[in-house]
Design a protein around this ligand. Sequence first.
Ligand code: GDP
Ligand code: CA
Length: 303
Amino acid sequence: MRVAVLAGGLGGSRFARALAETIPPADVTVVGNVGDDLEILGLHVSPDLDTILYTLAGLLDEGRGWGRADESWRALETASALGAETWFQLGDRDIGLHLVRTEALRRGEPLSSVTARLATALGVEMRLLPATDDRLRTRVRTPVGELSFQDWFVRRQHRDEVDGVRFEGAETASPAPGVLEALVGADLVVIAPSNPYVSVGPILAVAEIRRALEHRSAPVVAVSPLIAGRAVRGPADRMLARLAGGTTPAHVASCYEGLIDALVVDGADADEDAGIRTIVAGTLMRDAEARRRLAEAVLAVPV
Ligand code: GDP
Ligand code: CA
C-alpha cells in the first residue's frame, strides 16, 4: 500500500514516525511544508522538513519538539556576543545541517534534491519531499500588522491573534519533482494532524497539489490536530476558533472542504458530528503503542 502524507513539523513528524513504525518506510512519501522556511544569519533553515528528518532519524529533542537532542549553543552565543540577532534559536549540531543545505542551495541545487541527500545521509528511508522547490513564505495578518511567519511564531511567540494568512510565492509555485506522482500514485493520502492554516495551508496553496486532491481517485483522510477542542501544542485551537468559528471536528473538516473523504478524531470527540465520514481512534501519539494504533486506524480507511 502506497501512502502519501501532507505534513507540518511536530504533528506531521509524529505521524510520519507512526507510519514508519507500522509499514515499510519505502512505501511512504511525506510532502513537507516550506512556508516556515527562513534565511537567518546567512543560513537557509527549513524547520518543518528538519523536524521530520530529525524525528525519523531518531535525533529530535523530544522535549522541545524541535532541533536535535544533545545540543549545544556555542555558535549562537558567539553570534549574540558579537551583536547578532539570536531570537531564532539554532544549536551547534543543527547549524551543521543548515551549512550543508545553504551551501548546496547557493550552488543551485533544488531544495528537494538537498533534502533527499540529507535524508539518505541520516539513514532516513522514508521519502521526504518539500511541497515545492520554489520560494513560498507564509505571512500572517494580525492586529499589529502583517508579520513573516517566524516573526509571529518564534519572535513574538504567536501571541498575536491571526486574522488571516497568505502564502507569498504560492501563485507561481510548482510542486517539487515527485510530489504529484506520489499523490496520484498513492492508495491513500493522509493529511497529518498538523496546523490546517500554517502547516497544511501552505502545501495546499500550491495550486497543482490542491487540484490533485480535488481530483483524487484514492481516498484522502485527515487526522485532527485537536483533541476535545484543544491543540496538543501550539496555536491551532486559537486559530480555528477565530478563523473557522469553533474547534469541533466539523470546524476542522471545514478547513479541508472538498479535499477529504474522512476525518480521524480522538475518542474524546466521538460524539461530535463532523459532517463527513468519521473514524474514531486514540489520536494522541504519546508512545510507540499509541502511534501504531493510530497508524493502523488510518491505514484501514480505504478498506
Ligand atoms: P509545527 O510545524 O511544529 O507547528 O507542526 P504541525 O503543524 O505539524 O504540528 C502542530 C500540531 O500538531 C498542533 O496543532 C498539535 O495539536 C498537533 N499535534 C502534535 N502532537 C499531536 C498528537 O500526538 N496527536 C494529535 N492528534 N495532534 C498532535
Ligand atoms: Ca511549522
